[in-house]
Write a protein that binds this ligand. Structure first.
Ligand SMILES: Cc1cc2nc3c(=O)[nH]c(=O)nc-3n(C[C@H](O)[C@H](O)[C@H](O)COP(=O)(O)O)c2cc1C
Length: 214
């Protein structure tokens, strides 16, 4: 293929190496509730026959977006060279994403926010003001599931956690096929005692796998 040819979304999709999902964990707490949820989501994905990888953002050394706008020209982040440089190919080559964040102050963790902001380099902008934009991840059948876990018992206290993942991913071109809010769990790994939640996490993974295969 002529490398100057801008591939259509369908062409990109067809060239992706098999259906794969990237799981992204955003808790600073190893073996905490988000880790357990992500493990069960990935189990559901794998058991349905879809391959899945996982990264824990706390293990990656990366900075938040510095707004240098170099990606406007370079089409990938060149303003920072860090663990995200190695993570971009994983994101691009995975048709699905499974994001899990604990609630920190009514919102996603700083790690998840930094990860999402670093996906800014997948946008194309026009020179209009405000700039018209489109995502180079859009129209490729990309899909995602989201999960959040909070100590308090109700939606108010989970705050913006799910929405803070949902809206940017939708803008980036992902269809959100399922979400799982988990309330009332504080202790590290306490979610393991809640079989209904573990089942729901597995089901969420299966839903993503099925949606990607359809
Ligand atoms: C800095 C910080 C802020 C938190 N803010 C909230 C909050 O706003 N609402 C809430 O319900 N729980 C809050 N929590 C509790 C966590 O969401 C809860 O303990 C969760 O189970 C942690 O998940 P993890 O084990 O995956 O880290 C907070 C915890 C920390 C450490």
């Amino acid at each position: 293929m002529d490398i100057m040819h801008k591939m259509t979304g369908r062409e990109v999709f067809d060239r992706l190496p098999g259906i794969k999902v990237l799981g992204v964990g955003a808790s600073p707490r190893k073996n905490g509730n988000s880790d357990v949820l992500l493990k069960y989501i990935l189990k559901g994905i794998n058991e349905d026959g879809t391959a899945a990888n996982m990264i824990q953002l706390r293990d990656l050394k990366f900075d938040p977006c510095i707004g240098c706008e170099k990606c406007r020209k370079d089409k990938i982040c060149t303003g920072l060279t860090d663990a995200m440089t190695l993570t971009y190919p994983l994101v691009y080559q995975s048709r699905g994403l499974a994001l899990v964040s604990p609630t920190h102050n009514y919102n996603i963790t700083a790690w998840m926010k930094a990860f999402i902001d670093r996906l800014y380099c997948f946008y194309d902008f026009e020179n209009t003001r405000p700039r018209a934009w489109s995502s180079r991840l859009a129209d490729q059948g990309r899909k995602a599931v989201l999960a959040a876990v909070a100590e308090q018992e109700d939606e108010f206290d989970m705050g913006f956690t799910l929405e803070a993942m949902r809206r940017p991913l939708q803008s980036a071109g992902y269809e959100i096929v399922g979400v799982l809010p988990v309330y009332g769990i504080f202790d590290r790994g306490g979610v393991k005692k809640n079989e209904d939640v573990l089942l729901a996490a597995g089901k969420l993974g299966t839903e993503l796998s099925r949606a990607l295969q359809s």
